[in-house]
Design a protein around this ligand. Sequence first.
Ligand SMILES: Nc1ncnc2c1ncn2[C@@H]1O[C@H](COP(=O)(O)OP(=O)(O)OP(=O)(O)O)[C@@H](O)[C@H]1O
Ligand SMILES: [Mg+2]
Length: 462
Amino acid sequence: MKFKLLIVDDEKNIREGLAASLEMDGYETVCAEDGNEAWKRFGKGDIDLVITDLRMPGLSGEELLRRILAETPGFPVIILTGHGTVENAVTAMREGAWDFLTKPVNLDRLSLLVKRALANRELILQNRRMEEDLGKPRQFDNIIGRSAVMRKVFDTVIRVAPTKASILVTGESGVGKELIADAIHEYSPRKGKPLVKVHCAALSSGLLESELFGHEKGAFTGAVSRRRGRFELANEGTLFLDEIGEIDQNIQIKLLRVLQEREFERVGGEDTIETDVRIVAATNKDLRAEIEKGNFREDLYFRLNVVNIHVPPLRERKDDIPLLAAAFLKEFTLEDGKSIEGISEKARARLFAYDWPGNIRELRNCIESAVVMSQGTVINEDDLPPALRSAGDDSWIRIPLGTSLDESEKIIIRDTISFHRGNKSKAAETLGIGRKTLHRRLAEMGEEDTETTDEETESGES
Ligand SMILES: Nc1ncnc2c1ncn2[C@@H]1O[C@H](COP(=O)(O)OP(=O)(O)OP(=O)(O)O)[C@@H](O)[C@H]1O
Ligand SMILES: [Mg+2]
């Protein structure tokens, strides 16, 4: 059976040109000259793929895309876009378009895109049938988590993995960004192809450039032979760019070009190399802030961040702690040959009380060291690292890194007052300031209240 493609463009020449070319590839084609006509035609239910212009009179390409995806999630739609409107195409990708091409359309590229999109559609349909058979959503093997926030993350992974959209994985250090990147590759049609990882912060700018794009023999001192870069190695697969916030302006420009043109040259080389790579980037930096500071290009940010997957810190999903702790405990007791059966009630309370600034990596290390420390059959409070033993203990004040001096002062004042159960004279004494100063600070903080009279009495006594 021939695949049937719907081509939508208000320019007759383009419609017919594309149709002729795709028919030579063996597809059946149907044309529509605007969104309304296309939507009607789509309704017949026999179309396998849609190629559409964005700007058209009447129903726009964006609206057509929205309707199609609302009715048939995952349906392959390829966007055609004029040169000035690439941003719109990026927006369309975010909404679920399969891919886009700039006009004038490169027919070879179109042919390749259509082939891949159709192959991928088959895969999605197969997966969906499998899921329906099993009657439940797929599980992630390596990623533990049942909290509502993590389920949302998993849903997004499943939804966007099959597309080609670039994904930016954000989140604090140790939250599991790399595991998410692995899952994206695993659940994409690129699964059988390479997943290549580059740790951008680990290399100097020059080395990173030749690492990514490769180099020709003699390109620089030490380049004794031609070397293929990671973009070439990852062809048809996924390229994971870790710590993308660390790359300098020179590399940023080069990356932008590959993302836009899907081609590059090796360092010191003249041949232009085409590449078909799906990019997943990760960062624990706030790239928006880096853009404000002029450290990161906004255009590159938009290209990388077609879809954002934010992995929440562990303190915002504490209900995942027991599950994670149990899994790590199992892993390390097996490794150590110890027979530890569980975690004591008190130790568990500590795990909950703690803020986990180092997130899951820290939890994993913590359980690993507790297993080493443990002498009995359960992990006790005393087996935990010192930072945890003081967690939840109200004789400590914890201030997250990144807090301003002004805000830190407020936290110290509030916590000291509450430690003295509201007795401000004692709090002032502990803080080493006069009562009047404390009152003034509280007034500035907008927290001075009617207790002043009590304070006055108190002071009268002392
Ligand atoms: N949900 C999870 N289930 C099981 N293990 C996890 C989970 N999340 C993270 N880990 C483990 O925690 C460690 C840190 O994860 P990962 O390297 O993916 O973090 P990251 O976000 O990339 O951190 P960084 O920004 O420091 O590179 C790894 O050992 C990983 O296997
Ligand atoms: Mg990482």
